[in-house]
Design a protein around this ligand. Sequence first.
Ligand SMILES: *Cc1c(COP(=O)(O)O)cnc(C)c1O
Length: 389
Amino acid sequence: MSPAFLPFALPEIGEDEIAEVVDTLRSGWITTGPKARRFEQDFAAFLGDASLQAVAVNSATAGLHLALEALGIGPGDEVITTTHTFTASAEVARYLGADVRLVDVDPVTFNIDPAAVETAIGPRTKAIVPVHYGGLAADMPHLLAIAARHGLKVVEDAAHALPTTVGGALVGTLASDATVFSFYATKTITTGEGGMLVTRNEALAARARVMRLHGISRDAFDRFTAKVPSWYYEIVAPGFKYNLTDIAAALGIQQLKKAHAFRQRRAEIAARYDAAFAALPLVLPAQAPAGDTHAWHLYPVRLADAALAAGITRERFVERLFEQGIGASVHYVPLHQHPYWRERYKLEPAMFPASQRAYERLASLPIYTRMSDGDVERVVAAVRAALAA
Ligand SMILES: *Cc1c(COP(=O)(O)O)cnc(C)c1O
């Protein structure tokens, strides 16, 4: 009998998370309340910087939208981001009526190329949204310097980057205007759906707190604990419905405690893959610089020329993995290939040579804490077999 299919990703939900959720369900307070607040406090404490504000939201997409909104991005403005990402990194600028300038990536890390950013800056440019692809930090020192020189805002899409460091500092504590993490089911910690916006800018945090809940001047929890009449609230803007529930926050409180241990396990799997694949016709993912931390949300390999010459296309490679019961994926179909982005901005693959070349050769292998050593060896064996001509 062949072993069960090994999915590309699975969340690790333990008894601690289950007990915390049950506690929330029994408490009677299931939407945004004490657990969401505690998750925010725990998250700021995790980042270890007392000057940070953490704003819990129901997705990273919501957090990115709120950050750009609070920074005043609107019609006529332009936001620069990478083509090699998930559409959420870019679509949020469109929500606000701003335009998106997609740029190419570094051919080794697949992170946004600072030189391409600098070239793309024009009179309408207002912000840069770097993505820490796969959990490896983008070149933040360079990007922050460019932003400072041109008076641009920086909002980091840190959906993959918990925990990731740059020059020893955790992503979330850098000098950008805001950083947004994702707790989607496949991310490094999960609340099912959820996200966290972190910032040192108090006005930005205050605006995001108002806009995440209908433009109400204080959130529901405050309304029922402060001295003003419990029924009184004010609408100060046409806000959104982006608040994180206490049910989700309960998951987050317990997941966050395990974030370092989870990363350790993913790093072990990455190291095993690195050793096992060294002699295969694959280009392995870039490592973090010495002393820095890679979150290892993804383990993306690229087919080397030798594999392609032997007739193993990326499509064939992924198909052969599936035939052996191994889930794989591709990160990403670059935005410039998607009909909406391609047609809206008249984009062509030749404008993004590094992303395009990577895309044609990329496959992401399973890398998650619930994989046993045996599962990892199954992937290793399947990759070897898939590459055998
Ligand atoms: C997952 C992801 C998002 C969106 O996160 P949600 O929490 O699902 O909104 C944004 N950017 C990148 C790069 C992602 O991988």
